[in-house]
Design a protein around this ligand. Structure first.
Ligand code: M6R
Length: 607
């Protein structure tokens, strides 16, 4: 969603800001803008569309070593130039970019109107800049104007603000991430670690309630009430610098094919093959917590929720304790009962998903302890949870999540083994699972040597008005993930169902030639899945079958795609890969924007 980049230093700001915006593009946005302060005035340039469109409207040179930039994903008000950030105060004295949502903005807007100050945009963000200007006119300093304004807000914000005639930038955070990067005589601000790595690895993550006053050589952080806060420096991981496309045609393609190496990163050093168990040191789980936990609850959204659902099954299979996965937004709103002795796992690639953050806060408020299963190091969820497991996928830039999914599943499999070994899972069974998990990266590579008739599957999918995905057990969840991928990338309506439920409703959709994707690895449920396959074929539908290599059921599909065999509890790691490729290839064939599908954002930072 929205992205912020700010710069104050000794170089010309504009090229640095534009490059910052380019590196934020993957988050998803619909319009973009910059403001540069040259010491006398602040110049603003905005456009609806991409950063490339912004470049086209920029003059060749804009003087100024201080500036802010924004990519907007519309929430309040349409996708128009006037709604695009930066927003300026009525007198041009202040320019601001904002991520988040101001819940009481209507009330604040009315209060401004009663003082004769009318907002020109439809956004919630503009009220902030007008309120600050009002405070400034009353004699407040820039910092005081920000403090006074923030005290009156309800909602979330990540803010970067320029004050004409004041050599400084002010930033503030509440619920929307902001990171300050300190270089040599220059300071950077970003909503995301990725654009910072080009400049510095020394960063400070602002906490909720922090306000930072930025200068080239230094910055100070205070709370809303004005108390000074000692910044805690973090060194960014190198991996964030390796997120360039290189020779790959798209980020999604690159990330699908990175899965074997990403999996190796996730597993390395976290399994004890001899003892047949997992070792997730970052979770800090002691033996008694694992033994006494009455149940496990997992949370996530989208692909992360499907990884959580697979985690639920693995935990029950190995740990033999109840586990339930929840969609984060539903969990928070359903006033769910929290048992402080239970284990709570929050699963997220970005670590910034607002619904998951809200659910975590709800659990913590009621005394529960939440562990993060997160990709982005230092992200809000990682810091909110304090303990957990980094899935180590490396940067994932395509909006469609791929390598994060398989690494989430692997991390949850390791956790399940660790939990299981403190309870009922035998050493032999633990060893067997760990052995297969360690084989998974190589098996993925084997699959990539011959991905099977993906393009024949795409021939069927391209023509479809809707697609049904079926599977049983773990594969029912893989079906959901496959349906989500195809739907979000190709814009084809997709429905995923447990194969056993098909005859209770969705079978009504089938007609001659309807494509149905069936995931049927060689597990104890395969025979039952085959019954559904026959029912589908009897109605003239075309079956795209994902099966294990060498299995005789290959002949049952109209298009059959084989993946290497693996332990039945780990099949999602392999069966999901052809579904990712099918979604990618179908989207390409239909001329979709694969890495940035319409309306979607990579980090969904609003509820
Ligand atoms: O960053 P998160 O894993 O918390 O994101 C959750 C979902 O927004 C995300 O998985 C989304 O569904 C993807 N577009 C799926 O490909």
């Amino acid at each position: 969603m929205c992205g912020i980049f700010g710069y104050f230093g000794h170089q010309q700001a504009l090229p640095i800001l534009v490059e910052g915006l380019r590196r934020l593009e993957y988050r998803g946005y619909d319009s973009t803008g910059v403001a540069v302060d040259n010491g006398n005035s602040i110049q603003t340039y905005k456009t609806v569309g991409r950063v490339a469109d912004l470049k086209a409207v920029l003059p060749d040179e804009v003087q100024g070593t201080l500036g802010i930039a924004h990519t907007r994903w519309a929430t309040h008000g349409g996708v128009t130039e006037v709604n695009t950030h930066p927003h300026a105060s009525h007198n041009g004295a202040i320019h601001l970019v904002h991520n988040g949502i101001i819940e009481n903005f209507q009330q604040l807007r009315r209060a401004l109107a009663s003082r004769g100050i009318e907002c020109v945009s439809e956004t919630d963000s503009e009220v902030l800049v007008q309120m600050m200007a009002f405070e400034l006119e009353k004699g407040a300093t820039p910092l005081e104007s920000v403090q006074a304004t923030l005290r009156r807000l309800r909602g979330t914000w990540g803010l970067c603000i320029l004050f004409r005639d004041h050599d400084m930038m002010i930033c503030a955070r509440n619920g929307s991430p902001l990171i300050i990067g300190q270089g040599e005589g220059e300071t950077f601000v970003s909503s995301d670690p990725h654009p910072l790595t080009a400049h510095t690895q020394r960063v400070v993550y602002l906490e909720d309630g922090d306000i930072a006053v930025i200068h080239p050589e230094s910055f100070t952080i205070t709370s809303t009430k004005g108390q000074e806060i000692e910044p805690s420096i973090t060194v960014l991981e190198n991996a964030w610098g390796e997120a360039e496309l290189g020779d790959a045609p798209h980020y999604m393609y690159k990330e699908i094919y990175e899965q074997p190496d990403a999996l190796r990163q996730c597993i390395a050093g976290r399994v004890d093959r001899e003892m047949g168990t997992g070792r997730l040191g970052g979770m800090g789980l002691d033996h008694s917590t694992l033994v006494q936990a009455p149940h496990v609850r997992l949370l996530g959204c989208g692909t992360a929720a499907y990884a959580a659902e697979i985690g639920q099954t693995l935990i029950e299979k190995m740990g033999r304790i109840p586990a339930v996965s929840h969609i984060s937004s539903e969990f928070r709103n359903n006033d769910t009962v929290i048992n402080p002795k239970a284990i709570y796992l929050a699963v997220s690639q970005s670590g910034e998903t607002a619904d998951t953050i809200s659910a975590i806060k709800e659990i913590k408020l009621k005394g529960g302890k939440v562990f993060g299963v997160v990709n982005v190091v230092g992200s809000t969820i990682a810091r909110l949870c304090g303990q957990g497991v980094y899935i180590h996928s490396g940067p994932e830039q395509s909006v469609a999540s791929t390598k994060a999914f398989t690494n989430m599943v692997a991390a949850l499999a390791i956790f399940s083994t660790q939990l299981g070994r403190t309870r009922h899972l035998s050493k032999e069974d633990g060893r067997d699972l760990i052995h297969h998990l360690q084989q998974a990266p190589h098996l993925m590579e084997t699959y990539f040597e011959d991905v099977g008739p993906i393009s024949e599957a795409v021939d069927l999918l391209c023509e479809a008005s809707s697609v049904l995905f079926l599977g049983r057990g773990l594969s029912a969840t893989v079906a959901k993930e496959g349906a989500l991928k195809l739907m979000e990338l190709a814009y084809i309506p997709c429905l995923a169902y447990p194969a056993g439920e098909m005859k209770h409703g969705p079978i009504a959709l089938l007609e001659e030639g309807s494509p149905v994707v069936i995931i049927a690895p060689n597990d104890h449920l395969k025979e039952k899945t085959l019954s559904a396959l026959h029912e589908v074929k009897a109605r003239g539908a075309k079956v795209i079958l994902i099966h294990e290599k060498g299995d005789s059921i290959a002949s049952e599909g109209d298009v059959s795609i084989a993946v290497p065999s693996i332990h039945p509890w780990l099949t999602p790691l392999l069966t999901v890969v052809p579904l990712q490729l099918m979604a990618y290839e179908t989207a390409l064939r239909l001329g979709r924007d694969v890495d940035r599908p319409r309306n979607l954002a990579k980090s969904v930072t609003v509820e």
